[in-house]
Design a protein around this ligand. Structure first.
Ligand code: URA
Length: 244
């Protein structure tokens, strides 16, 4: 068996997203055979080497990748644990999935509903969340007013938020999914981005739902329900977020 680079090994072991694991290596929180790792590409022999991340031994036996599509309900946190005991996505997963070390791909605010992927595949997570892949996310939102033409244009061209200008977005008026009255498609994942973009123009978002990520759509999956993606859907998702 050929040795594999450290970061790839960890990502495939499903112990977190590639970005988090890269941070762990950078911050000296990964040890290989007891020695702090410094090189993402350090070769790892899966049969002999042992790796600790944050002091916890990583199981290097290949595990099956699992991809779940959840329609997140309002009030649920898109984390796997909460020290204040609030409802998390793990609480609403069927029990057979709870021990698989799945984690959410990106995040939705507590009061945002809709499409949330959970997986143990760090490579897919990396593609969907790293800004360089510019993966599209489409949201429906409800505001208690109508956007003026110049406001729509400002959203589309980008508005200045605290952490910089947002990149171009697409905004459409819709009538097919009440109470939502607009759809917005963005290619970034800044924290609370849609709410902040609208707040910047003086509009309060009263309901927000994600309905698409890359080419994967939420479809008619009911709120709180979860289903596994099939291999074709995983391939489509992976290909819809490429840096080419
Ligand atoms: N934008 C937001 O404001 N909230 C979300 O949950 C997702 C995108």
């Amino acid at each position: 068996m050929l040795p594999k680079p450290l970061l790839k090994t960890l990502t495939e072991a499903g112990v977190g997203s590639r970005r988090r694991l890269a941070d762990a290596i950078r911050n000296g929180r990964v040890r290989v055979n007891g020695v702090v790792a410094e090189d993402f590409r350090q070769p790892i022999d899966l049969r002999k080497d042992s790796i600790l991340v944050n002091g916890v031994l990583v199981n290097l036996k290949p595990q099956k990748s699992v991809y779940l599509l959840l329609n997140k309900p309002k009030g649920c946190l898109s984390t796997t644990s909460d020290d204040r005991g609030r409802m998390t996505v793990l609480d609403i997963l069927p029990s057979k999935y709870r021990s698989l070390r799945l984690y959410p791909v990106g995040r939705l605010d507590k009061n945002t509903t809709g499409l949330l992927l959970l997986t143990n595949d760090g490579e897919l997570t990396y593609r969907l969340t790293h800004p360089k892949f510019e993966c599209e996310k489409e949201y429906l939102f409800y505001i208690n007013s109508i956007l003026k033409a110049n406001e729509k244009m400002r959203l589309q061209q980008g508005v200045k938020l605290e952490d910089g200008k947002t990149s171009p977005a697409r905004v459409r008026r819709i009538a097919s999914s009440p109470p939502f009255n607009y759809s917005i498609t963005i290619r970034e994942g800044k924290k609370r981005q849609v709410r902040l973009m609208l707040a910047h123009l003086g509009h309060r978002v009263l309901a927000l739902k994600r309905i698409r990520e890359g080419d994967l759509i939420l479809g008619d999956l009911q709120e709180r329900k979860v289903r596994e993606l099939n291999p074709k859907e995983v391939r489509i998702l992976m290909n819809s977020c490429s840096d080419g």
